[in-house]
Design a protein around this ligand. Structure first.
Ligand code: NI
Length: 173
């Protein structure tokens, strides 16, 4: 178990498309466990492999928000099979865009297929916050950030703030 460094936007590694996983190996399972630890440590409710520098289709999530009742999801090659017409608006944030938030509208319910840690295929139907979170994490696998769903004006404002923050951090080192 280890805490992995999280890549902060803007960074080309967050804009790349991730490759599907061909084989579930012990190294991959370790990566997924490390990703979960990193997410809980941050703390956050979701994390994708590209955010820790791995261009692979892997996401983890836990929207329970209670340390004593954890409900983790670890998904390999997740794919959306169906989305509802109903939408759900939520003020999203991202561990790669620290302290930045914006309302994003997404389908309220989704059906997702994925491989679990043992390599078995699973299908789940989720809604509300978990649906939003998994869609956000799956976007990362295509190089899409939540700010890509909002107006250019708001996006530019957020990216400018992040660029400034990175500059200041570099100076501080
Ligand atoms: Ni994110």
């Amino acid at each position: 178990m280890a805490i992995l460094p999280i890549i902060i936007a803007p960074d080309p590694r967050l804009k790349a498309e991730c490759d599907p996983v061909e084989k579930v190996t012990p190294e991959l399972v370790k990566l997924m466990d490390d990703m979960l630890d990193t997410m809980y440590d941050a703390p956050g409710i979701g994390l994708s492999a590209p955010q820790v520098g791995r261009q692979q289709q892997i996401i983890v999530a836990d929207v329970s928000k209670q340390e004593d009742v954890r409900d983790p999801y670890q998904m390999i090659n997740p794919e959306i099979l169906w989305t509802s017409k109903d939408v759900f608006s939520y003020e999203e944030g991202c561990l790669s865009l620290p302290e930045q938030y914006a309302d994003v509208m997404r389908p309220k319910q989704v059906r997702i297929s994925y491989l679990d840690k043992t390599g078995c295929s699973q299908i789940i139907e989720v809604e509300d916050l978990l649906a939003v979170c998994l869609q956000h994490e799956m976007d990362h696998l295509k190089g899409i950030l939540f700010v890509d769903h909002i107006s250019k004006l708001k996006r530019d404002l957020i990216m400018r703030k992040l660029r400034k923050m990175k500059k200041l951090e570099k100076k501080g080192k």
